[in-house]
Design a protein around this ligand. Structure first.
Ligand code: COA
Length: 245
């Protein structure tokens, strides 16, 4: 195989036990060499997934998001990006194969429009969700289906010009928590309430249980909202940006 180019202009980062590292990457960056990522970094099943995607834009975004995730994780676990093996739980959440992951590194990924973000932690589950803020014509239906009464009341109490922001704030928090639990849509989203307390998750089926999860909003820019859910308290969040060579 041809010698690999390190596409990332960052040094190895030390991950402390209490930290969650958040990486942000522009997946539409035109300077990235997609052919190298596709042929040298992705696995066979990932290449097949690319082939199944219809639009060129989706193909490009998956190649970059997954390729740079491999590059990034490789730096944490000391493995060549192409040698990383992912396992998937029954809801599709990817994890590192335990044999290659003695430090028990955990991660989660989200992408929306032209950004991807990765959350990386050690010995604690993480879930992250990123959303490009946009009009959602079906907001009322989604709220009815997924939001608790308290969340619904909060949303409808907002002035018209704040509703979009309220919707995506609740949505990203709920998604991040569902993703941290590894269940995605498998987790009944009305059984937990994330309303105005962004640092805790409250089970609506047992309001007295103290949550072991932390939930924080992650500032991106005015066009995006993001939230992180992770096990444990007193978490330090460290933020990094991918810079390509
Ligand atoms: C996959 C899912 C978990 C997230 O989808 P999404 O928001 O469209 O996409 P995101 O970009 O945020 O996340 C996709 C990434 O999450 C990861 N992922 C996939 N399944 C996952 C799961 N069950 N749990 C956690 N992470 C998962 C993958 O890395 C995927 O990236 P990939 O495309 O590179 O493989 C989605 O299917 C889902 O179930 N969402 C929850 C819906 C829900 O119940 N919402 C209620 C809140 S209101």
């Amino acid at each position: 195989m041809a010698e690999k180019t390190n596409l990332l202009n960052h040094s190895k980062k030390m991950l402390e036990q209490n930290q969650v590292h958040i990486w942000r990457v522009n997946i539409d960056n035109p300077t990235l060499n997609l052919d190298d990522l596709f042929s040298d970094v992705l696995s066979d099943d990932e290449r097949k997934r690319v082939d199944r995607l219809k639009s060129e834009k989706d193909k490009r975004r998956f190649i970059v998001s997954r390729g740079l995730l491999r590059e990034n994780l490789g730096n944490y676990i000391g493995t060549e990006p192409s040698d990383i093996t992912f396992t998937y739980n029954k809801y599709g959440k990817p994890d590192l194969k335990p044999e290659h992951n003695q430090g028990n590194i955990k991660f989660n990924v989200s992408h929306s429009a032209n950004l991807a973000i990765y959350a990386i932690s050690q010995n604690r589950e993480v879930g992250i969700d990123l959303e490009y803020i946009r009009e959602v014509r079906t907001a009322d239906k989604i709220i009815k289906r997924f939001f608790t009464q308290q969340e619904t009341d909060f949303y409808y109490s907002q002035p018209e010009d704040k509703k979009k922001l309220a919707f995506f704030t609740l949505w990203t928090r709920k998604e991040a928590y569902s993703k941290a639990r590894g269940m995605g849509i498998g987790l009944p989203s009305k059984e937990f309430d994330l309303n105005l307390a962004p640092t805790t998750v409250i089970s609506t089926t047992d309001m007295k249980t103290e949550s072991k999860w932390s939930l924080v909003d992650i500032e991106i820019d005015e066009d995006y909202l993001a939230a992180l859910a992770t096990e444990g308290k007193d978490i330090e969040i460290c933020r990094f940006e991918f810079k390509t060579l």
